[in-house]
Unconditional design. Structure first.
Length: 120
């Protein structure tokens, strides 16, 4: 009887150990899956950042070029020695009631209201 009790206790101990190891293994599997998902997300972020870096490098190479600098200087109104600057000015808008080309002191709504008041 004593040997049956010892065998039963030993069997229960082995089953408890197996159950404990199975639970630990399951938790490790879940943690590994979570970490692998995070690694994949970080790789995608790294890929996006590398593409942005390449775009910025290309922009930096273009901005450091002489033609880009010359273009920006010309936009600010600078010119090379010996060049002439030509400015194209647009005509002033002509008011429908004022065909002389002068800008009317009144706006559209003021003129409109004036016309309504003059109707008799």
């Amino acid at each position: 009887m004593r040997s049956k009790l010892a065998a039963a206790l030993l069997g229960m101990g082995v089953l408890a150990l197996i159950a404990f190891l199975a639970m630990c293994n399951w938790q490790i599997y879940q943690n590994r899956a979570k970490i692998n998902a995070e690694i994949e997300k970080k790789r995608e972020q790294l890929q996006v950042l590398q593409e942005q870096r390449e775009t910025l490098k290309a922009g930096l190479r273009a901005a450091s070029g002489e033609s880009f600098q010359e273009e920006k200087m010309r936009e600010q109104g600078y010119k090379k020695p010996g060049e002439e600057v030509i400015a194209i000015l647009r005509d002033r808008p002509i008011d429908a009631t004022n065909q002389t080309g002068e800008i009317s002191p009144n706006g559209f709504w003021a003129n409109f209201w004036q016309k309504i008041k003059n109707i008799k």
